[in-house]
Design a protein. Sequence first.
Length: 251
Amino acid sequence: MSKTFAERKSVILDLLMAEGSVSVSELAKRLNVTVVTARADLAALEEEGLLVRTHGGAVPAQHPKMMERMQAEKGVKGAVAKAAATKIQNGDTIIVSAGTTTALIAKYLLGKKNIHIVTNNTLLLSYARTNPQVRVTLVGGEFRPEEEGVVGPLALKAIDQFHVSKAFIGIDGASARQGFTAHFVESADLVRKMAEQADQVIVLSDSGKFGKPGFARILPFGAIDTLVTDNDLTKEFETELTTAGVRVVKA
């Protein structure tokens, strides 16, 4: 039985992560499809920003670790981002931190008007660039491919210039003791600064990150206003968060 596009997509991305490149002829054989179909699949994935087509094949558009993160819990990420986007009103100026889930917010802004996004999230650009109602200010600094984000002193200095109504931030882990955490100190510093510049702070995270604290602390639970997550968040963590004054929204 022939594979669906979704199934072929999964195979293509797995090949790119494992081998770093793929040829059209090899892909056609592995998927048991025609060369024309293989080319069409690569073109569709390039439109999604997942790969870059080359002569006779394709290479990943992102760092392998980023591609892996983009595919993990993809359905949950989309649902969380869509729920978070409902918090954005016409005319809002917002900050969006680096992350695969936060990047998807821009995908769900169709129909909203005059939205200004300040961000260090380069992945977000692929979703925002086709929406004429979205204006993006990308801060400068050191580009970190494995995060598809910009960090460092220049980014911190740039963020310090802005005041926004809402900050939408991603995390790498969370625990009752450490609060919200990141893998890298530079990332934690920047996200903390983003939160300081906003009237409301909204964290986006799948429930699987709770109970798995990262290396660098960002903020305690009580320093944010809302968590947007999925239905699998444990009752224990939900109680910890609500006790700290956090509104928990389950997508």
